[in-house]
Design a protein around this ligand. Structure first.
Ligand SMILES: *Cc1c(COP(=O)(O)O)cnc(C)c1O
Length: 411
């Protein structure tokens, strides 16, 4: 789509596309501020799923018949939409997975197979559990060493410490692009360049960046980039692993089964080419297709305008929260987007979340799958508001009033 064709950003028009935003909860209009956990779906994605199961359902890559070929074409077209969306060089560098967690586990298992005792993996102190535990499991299995980039008080990574951690032994650096708990945008391009200079590969956890900023994997020069469809307005149970062709070719397959083979005999099996080598079994076909629909929809909108709108929401919320007595924002990095985590003196985050819920406002409370980060800040959890481009300042106003009311009730 050319720039001229892009629809000008109009939040009210956009909200009309998302039916779930118009429902009520406990008799109050829903205010959905839990987009960091999962996003709502536009009608066009719902229609795609509905149409597929209503009249287009068939297995892919196998059948000679019409429906199977149509489904195969739709699935492979979705792969090309992903390719264009993230600016991958080749479509076979796009592997469909179950989600971010699955993509990271794939890399930990398969890239991990190439590593040997004494090699080192670097992650950061603000990773989601799904970018921690697979590496711990790998390090235990292969006798590798796991190192962690510390987090500064403002929620930025300690980049000097990162440079100290890098060495010839470093084989992989796995970091999140944007923290799901703090909203910090990490300088991943800089991290990737430093890691490459040391001879290490880099995995970027894009679960929180794909929906908030333009992604160009070739410009970033990352070796792997993973995301979940459900956080970028697509369905659950589907995600994407991007990997550079040369590295993916080097890696052994993840799981064995149908679709991932070229030829099977009891003596020896040869594997299929990319991307199928990593896609054993019948995939979540409609998940892949609807991922394409979601990304196509998103790319029809003005990304700069979306970013501007989300930045406005973030700044407005943070300024107003700082005026609220007893509120402390966790994560005050210079580069942030779409996530505001906070705690209130003497009140448990869960109690605030519960009272907000009764007023129709969906926020997340707890550790947000980042327990080590909570330990770093010495807190059990936070209240987290996380925005999507369909949220509005009016909603933030309602939220702030409800928050003040809740604090009043709990004091
Ligand atoms: C949500 C999230 C994940 C895990 O995604 P799943 O969809 O649960 O696999 C990983 N990393 C970050 C930063 C996330 O926000």
């Amino acid at each position: 789509m050319t720039t001229q064709e892009k629809i000008t950003f109009n939040v009210e028009e956009i909200r009309k596309q998302f039916p779930a935003l118009h429902r009520e909860v406990y008799g109050k209009p829903l205010i959905y501020f839990d987009n960091g956990a999962t996003s709502q779906k536009p009608q066009i994605v719902i229609d795609t799923i509905n149409r597929y199961y209503t009249s287009e359902n068939a297995n892919i890559h196998r059948g000679v018949h019409f429906l199977s070929q149509q489904a195969t074409d739709a699935y492979e077209e979705a792969r090309r939409i992903v390719q264009r969306f993230i600016h991958a060089q080749h479509e076979h560098e796009v592997i469909f997975t179950k989600g971010t967690t699955d993509g990271i586990n794939l890399v930990a298992s398969c890239f991990g197979e190439l590593l040997t005792a004494g090699d080192e993996v670097i992650i950061s102190g603000m990773e989601h559990h799904s970018n921690i535990v697979p590496w711990q499991m790998l390090c235990e299995r292969k006798k590798l060493k796991l190192k962690v980039i510390p987090v500064l008080d403002n929620g930025e990574l300690d980049l000097e410490a990162f440079e100290q951690l890098l060495s010839e032994a470093t084989k992989l650096v796995a970091v999140t692009h944007i923290s799901n708990t703090l909203g910090t945008i990490n300088p991943v391009k800089w991290i990737i360049d430093k890691a490459h200079t040391a001879g290490a590969k880099v995995l970027i956890d894009g679960a929180q960046s794909i929906q908030h900023m333009p992604i160009n994997v070739q410009e970033l020069d990352c070796d792997f980039y993973v995301f979940s469809s459900h956080k970028v307005f697509g369905p659950t149970g589907t995600g994407v692993l991007y990997g550079k062709e040369a590295i993916l070719n080097e890696m052994p397959p993840y799981q064995g089964g149908g679709d991932m083979i070229a030829k099977v005999t009891f003596e020896k099996t040869t594997y299929n080419e990319l991307p199928f080598k990593f896609e054993a079994g019948t995939p979540h076909i409609i998940g892949g297709i609807a991922t394409g629909t979601a990304l196509h929809y998103l790319s029809s909108l003005d990304q700069e305008a979306i970013h501007g709108h989300e930045t406005d929401l973030l700044n407005f919320t943070q300024e107003r929260l700082l005026e609220t007595e007893g509120v402390r924002i966790i994560g005050t990095a210079r580069e942030k987007t779409s996530v505001v985590s906070f705690i209130v003196d003497g009140i448990h985050p869960f109690d605030i979340g519960t009272l907000l819920d009764k007023q129709g406002i969906a926020v997340r409370t707890g550790h947000h799958c980042t327990q080590p980060l909570m330990d770093r800040f010495g807190i059990p959890g936070t209240v987290r508001t996380s925005f999507a481009f369909y949220n509005t300042k009016a909603e933030v106003e309602v939220f702030l009033k409800a928050l003040n009311r809740s604090i009043g009730m709990l004091r």
